[in-house]
Write a protein that binds this ligand. Structure first.
Ligand code: ATP
Length: 593
C-alpha cells in the first residue's frame, strides 16, 4: 500500500542525491567525528594494499633476482606489519560503523514513530497497521546497513583504488591507461541496471508491506478465521504474496550481481591489453620483471575493490527505495492543525459543549449534516439514534480526532481549535465500545504511566469500577498480565478496566460510548451506578443503544442521518411521539417478549 500517489514532480524530491543529502543532514552529520575516524582508518586500511603491491618490486628485484638474502627479513617484516595494521584498523572501523549505523537507524525508527503518532486518525484509516509496521521496522532495517556498506565501501575501496593506481602509475602510465581504457563501457549498462533495481525493490517492499498487512489481519482475526474455515483461503492469499516477493527478490539480486560481473569483464579486458603491451616491454628489456610483478599485483588488487564499488551501486538502490518510502512517510503532514500554545482558556466549571451546524463527510459520504446541540456543563446529555446516525462521529469531532468541513464546535464557549490537542484532550475522559488494553499488568493498564497515584486512590477507583470484584479470581490479582490486546480478560472485564482508567483520569468532561455494552445485567447495574457517581458534577455525554440506561439523563438528543431531529427529557420526548418514542416502544416490546 502506498501512502500517497506518486507524481513526476514529487518523484524528483526522492532522487538518490536528495535522499542521501537528507540522510546525511538528518542522521549522519551528528556522528561526523566518528565517521571521520572511520574514514581515517579506512584510508590506512586501503593504503596497505598498495604498499603490499609496492613491496613486490624489491622482493623480486632485490631478493629473487638480485640475490640479497638478508633483504628478505626487512621486506618480510614490512609485509607482516602491513597485514597487522590492516587487521586492526578493520576491526576498529567495523565497531565504529556499527555504532553509527545502529544509533542512527534506531533514531530514525523513534522519530518515525513520533511523527506517525502526530498524524491524524484519518491517515491510519488509509494505511493498514501491518504496512506501517513494515515501514517502521523493515524499511529502517533495509537502510540500517547501507551507510556502513556505502561509507566503508567508498572510504576503503576508493582509497585502496587511489593508492593502487598511484603505484601502477609510478611504474608505467601507459600500462595504467590501457588497463582502464574500457571502464567507460560500464556507464550505460550500470545506469540502466540501477533504475531496474530501484523499480524491482520498490515492488518487493510494497509486497512486503502487504505481507505484514495479511499477517496482522490473520493474527487479529484468528477466531473468525477458524470459525469460518478460512485457513486455506488465507494461506492461498499469503502464498500469492510471498511468491511475488520471491520473484522480485531474485530479479533484484540477479541485477545487483550483474554490476560486479560487468566489472569483472571490463577488468579482464584491461588485463589482456596490459599483458600484450607489458609482455613486449619486458622482453625488450625496457622494464624489469619486478616492476611488471608489482604492476600486475597492484592491478590484480584493484579487482576486489572495483567489484565491491560496483556492488555498492546496487546496494544503494535497494536502500534508496526504503529511504524513499521512509521519507514519504516523514513528509506526510497532519491535516488537523493546532496552535503551538492554547489561546483558549475555560473558566473552572464551565465545560459546556456546543455544536452549531456541523457538517462532516468521510470522502463523499456525509456523516454529520448540520448537527447542532448543547450539552450543558455538569449535566448528562444522551445521544441516541439508529446505527450510522453519526453519534460516535460527534465524539470524534469534540476530541478533534476528525475535523468537520464547516460549523462551530466549542468547549466552555471557546472554539476547540484554540486549544492544543493535548490541552483539549486533557479535558476529556472517554470510555468507548473498544477498550484498548496493552500486554502489561492490569495495574499498568489502569495507571497508564501515571506516577505517584496513592494506593488508596487506586483502590477507590478499582472498587467504584467493580474491577475489585474480579481481581480475586485472577492468578496474580492486579499484577496479572492482560495478554495481547487484553485477551486474558472478558469483554466486560476490559470495560471495567477502562472505567477505572476514566475514574483516575478525573477529567471534567466524560464521553461514554456504549460504556456498559459488554456487561451482564448485574454488572451493568453496578457499573452504571459507578458511572452515575463519576458523572456527578461533570459534563457527560453518553451514547447508549439501550434506552433504559439513559432515561434519567438531563437531556436526550435524538439523531438521524447526521443531524439532530429532536431533544428533551425522556418524558418530554415520549410525550411528543417521534423517533425516540418509536425506538422506546420497540425496545420495551422486545424486552417483554
Ligand atoms: N473513518 C471512517 N471512514 C469513513 N466513513 C466513516 C468512518 N467513520 C464513520 N463513518 C461513517 O459515518 C457514518 C456515521 O458513523 P458513526 O460511527 O458516527 O455512527 P454511529 O451513530 O455512532 O453508529 P453506531 O451506533 O453503529 O456506533 C456512518 O455512515 C459510517 O459508515
Amino acid at each position: 500500500m502506498t501512502v500517497t500517489p506518486k507524481t513526476s514532480t514529487d518523484t524528483q524530491a526522492y532522487t538518490s542525491r536528495r535522499l542521501f543529502s537528507r540522510l546525511w543532514r538528518d542522521y549522519l552529520v551528528k556522528h561526523k567525528y566518528w565517521l571521520v575516524l572511520a574514514l581515517f582508518l579506512m584510508i590506512v586500511e586501503g593504503s596497505t594494499l598498495a604498499l603490499l603491491a609496492k613491496m613486490l618490486e624489491p622482493l623480486f628485484d632485490v631478493v629473487f633476482i638480485g640475490g640479497d638474502a638478508d633483504a628478505v627479513w626487512w621486506i618480510g617484516g614490512i609485509i607482516f606489519g602491513l597485514f597487522a595494521v590492516r587487521g586492526s584498523t578493520d576491526l576498529i572501523k567495523k565497531t565504529v560503523l556499527a555504532r553509527v549505523s545502529q544509533k542512527s537507524s534506531t533514531e530514525m525508527q523513534t522519530e518515525l514513530l513520533r511523527h506517525l503518532l502526530s498524524l491524524d486518525s484519518g491517515f491510519f484509516h488509509k494505511n493498514s497497521p501491518g504496512a506501517l509496521m513494515e515501514r517502521v521496522q523493515g524499511d529502517t532495517l533495509a537502510v540500517q546497513g547501507v551507510w556502513a556498506v556505502v561509507i566503508s565501501g567508498i572510504g576503503r575501496d576508493f582509497f585502496s583504488l587511489a593508492w593502487l593506481f598511484a603505484v601502477a602509475l609510478s611504474i608505467d602510465w601507459l600500462w595504467t591507461l590501457v588497463a582502464v581504457i574500457s571502464v567507460p563501457l560500464l556507464i550505460l549498462p550500470v545506469g540502466i541496471l540501477q533504475r531496474y533495481i530501484r523499480r524491482k525493490t520498490q515492488h518487493m517492499r510494497e509486497q512486503a508491506s502487504l505481507r505484514s498487512t495479511r499477517l496482522d489481519e490473520v493474527f487479529h482475526g484468528i477466531n473468525p478465521i477458524k470459525l469460518n474455515q478460512m485457513e486455506s483461503y488465507q494461506m492461498e492469499r499469503f502464498e500469492r504474496i510471498v511468491d511475488r516477493i520471491v520473484l522480485a527478490a531474485v530479479k533484484t539480486e540477479a541485477s545487483r550481481a550483474m554490476i560486479p560481473s560487468l566489472v569483472d569483464i571490463v577488468t579482464g579486458l584491461g588485463f589482456f591489453c596490459v599483458l600484450v603491451i607489458g609482455g613486449a616491454d619486458i622482453i625488450s628489456g625496457e622494464k624489469s620483471v619486478g616492476q611488471f610483478m608489482s604492476f600486475f599485483t597492484a592491478m590484480s588488487l584493484t579487482f576486489q575493490p572495483l567489484r565491491r564499488l560496483g556492488g555498492i551501486a546496487g546496494t544503494w538502490q535497494v536502500a534508496a527505495t526504503s529511504l524513499e518510502r521512509l521519507y514519504r512517510l516523514f513528509d506526510e503532514k497532519p491535516s488537523i492543525l493546532q496552535p503551538t500554545h492554547s489561546t483558549a482558556e475555560i473558566r473552572p466549571g464551565n465545560t459546556e459543549l456546543r455544536l452549531e451546524d456541523v457538517h462532516l463527510s468521510y470522502g463523499d459520504l456525509p456523516a454529520l449534516n448540520g448537527a447542532s446541540f448543547i450539552a450543558e456543563a455538569g449535566k448528562t446529555t444522551a445521544l441516541i439514534g439508529a446505527s450510522g446516525a453519526g453519534k460516535s462521529t460527534i465524539f470524534n469531532v469534540l476530541t478533534r480526532l476528525v475535523e468537520p468541513q464547516s460549523g462551530q464546535v466549542t468547549l466552555g464557549g471557546q472554539a476547540i481549535s484554540g486549544f492544543t490537542l493535548d490541552d483539549l484532550r486533557a479535558h476529556f475522559s472517554v470510555v468507548s465500545q473498544e477498550t484498548l488494553l496493552f500486554d502489561e499488568t492490569i495495574r499498568e493498564n489502569i495507571l497508564l504511566g501515571q506516577q505517584n497515584v496513592p494506593e488508596d486512590t487506586l483502590k477507590t477507583a478499582l472498587d467504584a469500577a467493580h474491577v475489585s470484584d474480579f481481581l480475586s479470581n485472577l492468578p496474580e490479582g492486579l499484577e496479572t498480565h492482560a495478554g495481547p490486546r487484553g485477551s486474558n480478560l472478558s469483554g466486560g472485564q476490559r470495560q471495567r478496566v477502562a472505567i477505572a482508567r476514566a475514574l483516575l483520569r478525573d477529567a471534567p468532561v466524560l464521553l461514554l460510548d456504549e460504556a456498559t455494552s459488554a456487561l451482564d445485567a448485574q454488572s451493568e447495574a453496578a457499573v452504571q451506578e459507578a458511572l452515575d457517581r463519576l458523572s456527578k458534577g461533570r459534563t457527560t455525554l453518553v451514547i447508549a443503544h439501550r434506552l433504559s440506561t439513559i432515561q434519567s439523563a438531563d437531556k436526550i438528543v435524538v439523531m438521524d442521518s447526521g443531524r439532530v431531529v429532536d431533544e428533551g427529557t425522556h418524558n418530554e420526548l415520549l410525550g411528543r411521539g417521534g423517533i425516540y418514542a418509536d425506538l422506546y416502544a420497540l425496545q420495551v416490546k422486545s424486552e417483554t417478549n
